[in-house]
Design a protein around this ligand. Structure first.
Ligand SMILES: C[S@@+](CC[C@H](N)C(=O)[O-])C[C@H]1O[C@@H](n2cnc3c(N)ncnc32)[C@H](O)[C@@H]1O
Length: 424
């Protein structure tokens, strides 16, 4: 029904590689594993520019840590992004808004903050969940001395940080995560193999903070952002907020929605969400989870899903009563994901100007031995919402991993990451 461009000009190269992006100035302030390629955003912008049009308005409905708005700002284009996770939205804001700094003054601030926070302070996270050591726990995320120093440092930042407050708060959160006994690994936080021997302490935390802050100082000096192009970053659910934006506002959308891989993004960013005070307890975490796109099983199900597709129907049949699924809600999740995305496409279309384009990166999925061509079904959802499809480009085949994949690998095509280009 829809043809996949296998030998795409976008295949290979840097168009899917976020690890390169995380070496770039400002992008490197935070490593989001699910982030995407800055080169891809640049390519989309360059393709959209023409002799007459030299300045674009760009939109990203799944902002993450702001790859799209950051590339837009550095290349002198206006942009808006929506991101549901308050910590990620904060990070995107910091990366794209830190203006002109006086480097010497900044360094003086960093030193002062370190000196004034030497006496660690009790953290409200002590004793909460698995955050610190307790009698009943064999593993904990942070050693107390790291958490206490983090707490006193952030207090001083709040008091004296001035212009640099948000950037330095981000540096402190990232430095604390550098000293976390666990790290993100796929769907979960996993303890580092030698976490006990690492013995992270307040000293290591301060070293990491210094490094993080110094990188920020260098990047702001070398890559300034003109206030005219400072992006608008909105924290919230794009399914709800899109309707509040003006019609015909954007020339280009460059985005990558959560993949249909059952990752609960709110859960894996738990350390930063709690450290930064964006979430105070498990109820708030749960309510954040319910605002995310239904790409995972920890979500709300409704029985009013209206999206239908000839490509989805046989998949729904094969998932129904499939005994190899690890969770009984997977069939609902798959339908709900496409229902959410179809609704999003419907709301997105009127926001685009004439000849507006959408560049969207996504990967295919597999559950219980059933391959789900997410790229093709999303193309169908976008067409049903009134978009014209310009192409589905295969960017790369994905390394297959995980128990479930090993089990079915011989019978299934490899997963792929694709780029959909659509226009209005
Ligand atoms: C694949 S990541 C995007 C990464 C981004 N392109 C970058 O380079 O940083 C998908 C993002 O969508 C966000 N998200 C999930 N549900 C959302 C919703 N309903 N509204 C807005 N953002 C959402 C997730 O928190 C995650 O940051």
């Amino acid at each position: 029904m829809y043809e996949l461009i296998q030998d795409s000009k976008y295949k290979g190269g840097d168009f899917f590689n976020f690890s390169k992006t995380t070496l770039l100035p400002r992008h490197r302030w935070y490593h989001l594993k699910e982030g995407f390629s800055a080169s891809l955003v640049e390519e989309a912008i360059n393709q959209k520019l023409s002799g007459k049009v030299r300045s674009l308005r760009i939109f990203e409905p799944f902002g993450g840590t702001g790859t799209t708005p950051l590339v837009a700002a550095l290349n002198h284009h206006q942009s808006t992004a929506i991101e549901v996770n308050p910590f990620l939205a904060f990070t995107a804001k910091v990366k794209t808004s830190a203006g002109k700094w006086n480097t010497d003054r900044f360094n003086v601030y960093v030193n002062r903050i370190i000196e004034e926070s030497t006496r660690g302070e009790y953290s409200p996270l002590e004793g909460f969940s698995t955050f610190t050591e307790r009698d009943v726990l064999t593993k904990w995320l942070f050693n107390k001395s790291v958490l206490r120093r983090y707490t006193s440092l952030v207090k001083v930042i709040d008091d004296v940080g001035g212009t640099y407050r948000d950037s330095l708060k981000l540096a402190a959160i990232v430095a604390a995560y550098d000293c976390c006994n666990a790290r993100r690994d796929g769907k979960a936080l996993r303890y580092k193999k030698n976490w006990k021997d690492l013995k992270y302490s307040d000293k290591e935390f301060v070293n990491r903070f210094r490094v993080r802050a110094s990188v920020m100082g260098q990047d702001v000096a070398s890559h300034s952002i003109n206030s005219e192009f400072r992006p608008i970053i909105i924290n919230g659910d794009s399914r709800k907020l899109l309707s509040t934006l003006d019609n015909k506002s954007f020339d280009l959308v460059v985005t990558s929605p959560p993949y249909l891989n059952s990752f609960d993004y709110s859960d894996i960013y738990r350390p930063e969400l709690f450290l930064g005070g964006y979430v105070k307890d498990n109820n708030e975490l749960k309510s954040l989870r319910l605002k995310t796109l239904r790409s995972h099983v920890q979500t709300l199900w409704t029985d009013d899903m209206s999206f239908e597709s000839m490509l989805l129907n046989p998949i729904k049949e094969r998932l129904k009563n499939n005994e190899m699924l690890w969770n009984k809600n997977i069939p609902l999740m798959v339908h709900a994901y496409f229902d959410d995305m179809h609704q999003l496409f419907q709301e997105l279309k009127p926001k685009l100007r004439r000849n507006g384009q959408v560049w969207l990166v996504v990967s295919t999925s597999a559950f219980g031995g059933v391959h789900i061509p997410v790229d093709l079904i999303l193309a169908d959802a976008a067409i049903q919402a009134g978009f014209s499809l310009q192409g589905i480009h295969c960017l790369r085949q994905l390394r297959t991993s995980g128990q479930q994949w090993k089990h079915f690998a011989t019978k299934l095509p490899p997963l792929r990451e694709s780029l959909l280009i659509m226009s209005v």
